[in-house]
Design a protein around this ligand. Structure first.
Ligand code: AMP
Ligand code: MN
Ligand code: MN
Ligand code: MN
Length: 277
């Protein structure tokens, strides 16, 4: 039997992905992925559909989630892998995060209205179709109404920290979020450790807290990581005695730079998180 091909971070339209959970699983399968984690932002709503399609195709679906977490003044993303989505501790926590998302979306829309951009909340709610509203929905809205040329511009001019429509949010704390994942039988993985623009001191501080709170892994290989990124991330994993994970963070087929399963291998010496599944 040939080796499994893992992609342990992906999004469907239950949050800010473009594909339905079923379409996502089909695409992963077509790209050679044999074990896929669906990890939508603060929701497990896509997992049931993904599971059905994965079973049809003989793909191993790892039930997952990507939770937003506050650590001091920073927002970190924690991926939960192999969770029981029906566990009451997780279900309660996720419901709280979802309330925070709606509240934040209303505040972002209010800030945009003060900039003369009306109707944002209705538009993003419609686009999310009952799924979780993320800043990516606002970025698409801003592009759609001609206020930004690209998603990146929308973040750079409106949505990023320090920009006019940024809203600081007190998500559940890092340790708390890890606790929900562990309670639900899952493994907690710090997502894309280099994307928070933290200094060396702060990423080490975050990983130390993450480990103490019961976190098990860190993403060493992510969608667009360079060789240097991968080496540096593995050094962090080794230093903090964390397992290595691998995930594309796929959101949409339109992004030509990022594809399901198109990932570098883990570096030699890495201890794969999937050995714990
Ligand atoms: P949220 O969790 O609502 O703050 O939204 C964060 C999501 O927005 C991320 O998961 C990405 O999908 C997307 N995102 C964040 N920053 C950028 C960026 N600079 N360009 C494009 N998408 C981004
Ligand atoms: Mn996203
Ligand atoms: Mn993320
Ligand atoms: Mn993600």
């Amino acid at each position: 039997m040939s080796a499994a091909i893992y992609d342990l971070h992906s999004h469907s339209n239950a949050s800010d992905g473009v594909l339905t959970p079923g379409q996502l699983v089909r695409r992963a399968h077509a790209r050679g992925v044999t074990a896929l984690a669906l990890t939508d932002h603060d929701t497990t709503a896509g997992l049931a559909e993904a599971r059905v399609v994965a079973a049809e195709l003989g793909l191993r679906l790892i039930p997952g989630i990507e939770l937003s977490a506050s650590f001091e003044s920073h927002c970190l993303h924690v991926v939960g892998l192999n969770i029981d989505p029906s566990h009451p501790v997780l279900v309660d926590g996720v419901a709280r995060q979802q309330d925070l998302r709606v509240e934040r979306a209303r505040k972002i829309a209010d800030k945009l209205a003060r900039k003369g951009i009306d109707g944002a909340f209705q538009a993003v709610a419609r686009a999310a179709r009952g799924g979780e509203i993320t800043r990516l929905h606002f970025a698409d809205f801003l592009v759609g109404v001609g206020r930004a040329r690209t998603q990146q511009d929308a973040f750079d001019y409106y949505l990023s920290k320090g920009k006019p429509a940024y809203v600081a949010t007190q998500w559940a704390g890092l340790a708390e979020v890890i606790g929900w994942i562990n309670a639900a039988g899952g493994l907690a993985v710090l997502a894309h450790p280099l994307r928070y623009k933290l200094s060396n001191k702060w990423i080490n501080k975050a990983l130390a807290a993450f480990k103490v709170a019961g976190g098990q892994g860190v993403e060493v290989v992510t969608g667009r990581a360079s060789g240097d990124d991968i080496r540096f991330s593995q050094e962090l994993a080794t230093k903090h005695q964390l397992r290595a994970s691998i995930g594309s963070d796929f959101h949409a087929p339109e992004n030509q730079y990022l594809e399901l399963g198109r990932l570098a291998p883990l570096p030699v010496g890495a201890q794969p998180i999937w050995e714990l599944f």
